[in-house]
Design a protein around this ligand. Sequence first.
Ligand SMILES: O=C(O)CCC(=O)C(=O)O
Length: 319
Amino acid sequence: MSSPIKTFKPLHVVSDVSHTLFTEEIYPKRLPVILRGVEIGPCQEKWTAEYLAEKGGGKEVKIHVAPTPQMDFIQKNFVYRSLPFNEFVQRAARLKQDNFFISENEKYYLRALGDDPRKDIADISHQFPELAQDIHIPPFFNKDRFFSSVFRIASPGIQLWTHYDVMDNLLIQVNGRKRVVIFSPKEADKLYLNGDKSEVLDIDNLDEKKFPLFSHTERYEGILNPGDILFIPALWFHNVISLDFGVAVNVFWKHLDDNFYDSKDTYGNKDPLPATRAMQILDRALKTLDELPLEYREFYARRLVHRIQSKALCDHHPT
Ligand SMILES: O=C(O)CCC(=O)C(=O)O
């Protein structure tokens, strides 16, 4: 049985955000905020599909192609295909296709990658130098913390699953509106995680039988209008629906010192190294517990949970 979700808290919106306001007031709180009225350069007027196609050229890009608006990473209802950037942009801006991979109603999503994704990090000033001149990335973090700048171009309606990233993020919505839903890292145990993604795909019509805890999450919601920027601190979960043909650039930067991040992670979504090590150790601990008969395994599992709760969670109040 599915039931529609109606309650949410509106995302906080702050207007006319200056460098000082962001760095001194907003950033230290580490909460998601929609920043309005920040100067992002001429991209907002210039970046029509035609202009992007002309200036972005015919470089091959790898895109997600889905038969329905909701991309499903569990059933893999989408395929990866390559298209020249100019052809891709024109298709994404259309509702119906003459040339298609799956069907005339297929939807497209680009999450730009580096030239060689195994070695290179996405950076629009390298991959799309002419277009990069049109966008002014707000200098809200130190340049030496910069990790990547990523084109996100989407067909109207397409929905990207709920996930978290391990870096701080400014999602600059250049064109088109986008609905964003955000969950705190504290909700991780109610989101049915599969790696960095939530298995709850339809977050608006909940399958309560399959995901009973999800309806207890605290959900923040907002609409990004063209020119808005969403600050998404590392580890905050986000789910986005492009309400129109959408062009965005998101900029990731490192919150932690360099040595916390995997230097081979060009995508920027690998957990910090100590977290990865802790997960591996826990996997070994679980395997070790399996050597015990059930009664003992459960007893020691409870003791482990208690130790994790009392030693590693600050919001745990022992009774
Ligand atoms: O806006 C989008 O298409 C996705 C944004 C996103 O996932 C991100 O900025 O990390």
